[in-house]
Design a protein around this ligand. Structure first.
Ligand SMILES: C[S@@+](CC[C@H](N)C(=O)[O-])C[C@H]1O[C@@H](n2cnc3c(N)ncnc32)[C@H](O)[C@@H]1O
Length: 480
């Protein structure tokens, strides 16, 4: 029998030419400004120029005073047209997709999330990104609180000091002001990564003093109310991992809400969050059009289930995202009638068990791309289907209640039952939607899937998630 090719709808996003292991790379510092900016000029539509070597246009220039010194951005001109765009166009063309589309998205003040290293000394603190290939922080903002309160920045060599990193996440979801003004009036959830085991350490007084300082300067009693909340994460490990396991809410609102893809989503500081809320909203709205009503969806690498909420099973390795998922589900409109579950699990372990019973699989892996075990299963889906048809005892024919995710439901998972009785699907996915933030790893995964002949590429869309950097989001699809 001729093997069937599956659809591969790849919603592939940004890639980074220079990934950084610790800090969000390619930060455009102008994007975290909270000052109102001049209205952006209208964006040209893609493709505005046939060649990347166009005369620089001021209307799409970065216009950032930190460009020379900060490692965040690498592209100063033509932000609407990232340098790698031509390569993406060629790549998809060579794989049969000639109508690749690209969304320029918002070019300035788009960043809603940043993790900055704190180094230097209490007299002269440095807060910023690491220099390319080093652990030397390049200063972006100044923090008076550190000098006034004599807080010691972290010293990586000695393992001493108190403040290691600052994560800032902006919520733009303030319904008391008009939609057009919400982005520039965002409020910041500040997370201080503190070099102690817990709040009982001797340095806790300084931690509280810093939190109170921030709250006094940017909290609700201030004219410029910029700060949504202050959290602390305790981290004493000497490895490269930014966050430890212990989080405490110190000041402000506990819940952090954003509105994307048509729903309110809750995001704890410990959960993965997208840096560009607007572009992510565009991506989700595009993605929703590719998921048929009533389809069973497996959302692998799901985070707090932001994508999977319109679908069914979310699989995520970070258990901290569970609470955010539950809160988001509580806020879903009553009219939303879906069966949704969130599972704390590692996608790389028995990946087939998560795919069984789904019509569509959405993957949104970290920059390193898909786990090899998942790629292997996706490559062999056609033969697995064939075997399943031949064998009554095949694993995809097990009764619903024996399905792996039902059995695993007892392990740290969340189940939301639907009012409608959906027909139990016994299929393996026919459509794969791949959202990528790593261009190089995506190309490798894509080539590997296509060479198996189990998949064909159908569509590809790009989203400018990180203007000023060499990252682009692309969306593809494959069909039978
Ligand atoms: C790029 S984020 C996407 C999150 C989510 N889709 C969103 O947009 O908010 C990748 C997520 O994959 C999770 N992850 C990484 N490795 C994983 C694995 N082996 N199994 C399950 N989840 C994993 C990370 O914790 C992170 O939340």
């Amino acid at each position: 029998m001729r093997p069937r090719a599956h659809r591969l709808e790849m919603a592939l996003p940004l890639f980074s030419a220079q990934p950084s292991s610790l800090i969000i790379s390619r930060l455009a510092p102008c994007a975290v400004r909270t000052q109102p900016a001049p209205p952006p000029p209208p964006l040209p539509s893609f493709p505005p120029n046939p060649s990347p070597t166009t005369v620089p246009s001021l209307s799409c220039a970065l216009q950032c005073q930190h460009f020379q010194s900060c490692s965040g951005c690498t592209q100063e001109w033509n932000l609407h047209r990232p340098i790698m765009l031509d390569e993406a166009v060629d790549f998809f063309k060579s794989h049969g997709v000639s109508d690749f589309s690209f969304d320029s998205c918002r070019l300035w003040e788009w960043r809603c999330r940043a993790k900055l290293a704190v180094r230097g000394s209490s007299i002269s603190p440095l807060i910023g990104l690491y220099q390319e290939g080093t652990h030397n922080a390049v200063d972006i903002p100044h923090c008076k609180g550190i000098t006034e309160l004599n807080i010691e920045p972290y010293d990586e060599d000695q393992g001493t000091g108190q403040l290691r990193y600052v994560q800032m996440a902006v919520t733009t979801h303030n319904t008391s002001i008009p939609t057009a003004e919400r982005y520039r009036n965002g409020k910041v959830q500040v997370s201080l990564v503190w070099n102690s085991r817990n709040e009982n350490s001797p340095s806790s007084d300084k931690l509280n003093a810093l939190a109170n300082f921030l709250w006094r300067k940017g909290g609700p009693s201030n004219n410029a109310h910029l700060i949504h909340s202050v959290w602390v994460n305790f981290q004493t490990s000497t490895n490269n991992i930014i966050f430890g396991n212990r989080w405490r809410h110190l000041l402000g609102e506990r819940d952090f809400w954003e509105h994307v893809g048509g729903i309110d989503i809750s995001l704890a500081p410990s959960s993965f969050g997208q840096a560009n809320t607007r572009s992510f909203d565009s991506l989700l709205r595009k993605l929703q059009k590719h998921v048929p009503y009533g389809a069973s969806v497996a959302d692998l690498y799901a985070g707090a289930g932001v994508i999977g909420l319109s679908s069914v099973k979310c699989i995520e390795i970070n258990k901290e995202s569970k609470l955010s998922f539950e809160k988001t589900v509580d806020r879903l409109p009553k009219s939303v009638d879906s069966r949704i579950s969130w599972h704390h699990a590692d996608t790389s372990i028995e990946p087939l068990s998560w795919l069984e019973g789904s019509d569509v699989v959405v993957v949104d892996p970290p920059r390193k791309g898909l786990d090899p075990s998942l790629v292997d299963v996706l490559r062999t889906l056609t033969s697995l289907e064939r075997k399943a048809r031949q064998s009554e005892s095949s694993s995809i024919k097990v009764k619903g209640e024996k399905r792996p995710w039902v059995l695993r439901a007892k392990e740290a998972s969340v189940q939301i039952e639907s009012k409608t009785t959906w027909e139990e699907s016994r299929s393996l996915p026919q459509t794969l939607i791949y959202i990528s933030c790593g261009w190089e790893s995506f190309k490798e995964d894509c080539r590997s899937l296509l060479s198996s002949k189990a998949w064909r590429l159908e569509k590809a869309h790009g989203f400018n998630f990180f203007p000023g950097t060499q990252r682009v989001d692309i969306k593809h699809s494959q069909g039978k």
